[in-house]
Design a protein around this ligand. Structure first.
Ligand SMILES: Cc1cc2nc3c(=O)[nH]c(=O)nc-3n(C[C@H](O)[C@H](O)[C@H](O)COP(=O)(O)OP(=O)(O)OC[C@H]3O[C@@H](n4cnc5c(N)ncnc54)[C@H](O)[C@@H]3O)c2cc1C
Length: 202
């Protein structure tokens, strides 16, 4: 059995083989695979096993479930249908309001690049990418994000990608379905205003 995983900071994909050890267990991140359409014609046998586990056998126990919370908001990027993400192009933490406003107008969630997280502009729970969340929303809007391979690793499975960047040569445009070359400080308020108008008239 061969396993593929990113190595050297995501710059290459390594194929790992463990010929001897069995059983082998692989883990994948949420959002990596797209859900199939329900197919009622398919059936599978349900086998009910009567398993008795003695009290002393399992050494771990579930005490409580805690949702990831950042800045008072629950972060559920993996299940978001629309994500508006901000990167270093925002310039400073205060400018994240542009991302929040558009996300709110579209009924979506906020995401971020690692550069924005490392700068302390937004908590790590919002980070998309190799060392953040893997997401596959219907629409991913990348604003002021260059599209480094480590960022793309977490969002290239999105159904439609919109990129807003002032540099026409930014790698994000290579995965984008729609691209706007320009200044996000001019573009985002217009998009937010139009999204709000549509919402109000709907
Ligand atoms: C091991 C490892 C793991 C990593 N994991 C992740 C990860 O999980 N997620 C992640 O995102 N990164 C990750 N990185 C970092 C990654 O390599 C990049 O450094 C990072 O994604 C860059 O973030 P950015 O695109 O916001 O910043 P930059 O690369 O600096 O890009 C900023 C962009 O903003 C644009 N811009 C600037 N001003 C404006 C404006 N006014 N209007 C429009 N556009 C503007 C610029 O043209 C530029 O393209 C990882 C790196 C390593 C080595």
């Amino acid at each position: 059995m061969a396993w593929t995983r990113p190595a050297f900071g995501g710059n290459l994909m390594a194929t790992i083989q463990c010929p001897d050890a069995r059983p082998q267990i692989g883990t994948i991140r949420p959002g990596v695979f797209k859900c199939c359409e329900p197919d009622d014609s398919r059936t599978a046998p349900i086998v009910k096993e009567d398993i008795k586990v003695g009290d002393g056998t399992v050494r771990t126990r579930l005490i409580e479930r805690i949702s990831e919370i950042a800045g008072g908001l629950t972060v559920d990027l993996e299940n978001a249908e629309i994500i508006v993400s901000g990167g270093r192009g925002l310039g400073k933490a205060e400018n994240f309001y542009l991302i929040r406003d558009l996300a709110e107008a579209l009924g979506g969630s906020v995401g971020a690049s690692r550069a924005a997280v490392d700068a302390g502009w937004i908590p790590h729970a919002y980070q998309v990418g190799q060392t953040g969340k893997t997401v596959s929303p219907q629409i991913y809007i990348a604003c002021g994000i260059s599209g480094a391979i480590q960022h793309r690793a977490g969002m290239s499975g999105s159904k439609k990608i919109v990129a807003i960047n002032k540099d026409a040569g930014a790698p994000i445009f290579s995965v984008a379905d729609f691209g706007i070359v320009g200044n996000l400080f001019e573009i985002l308020p217009v998009l937010t205003r139009e999204a709000r108008k549509i919402k109000t008239n709907a």
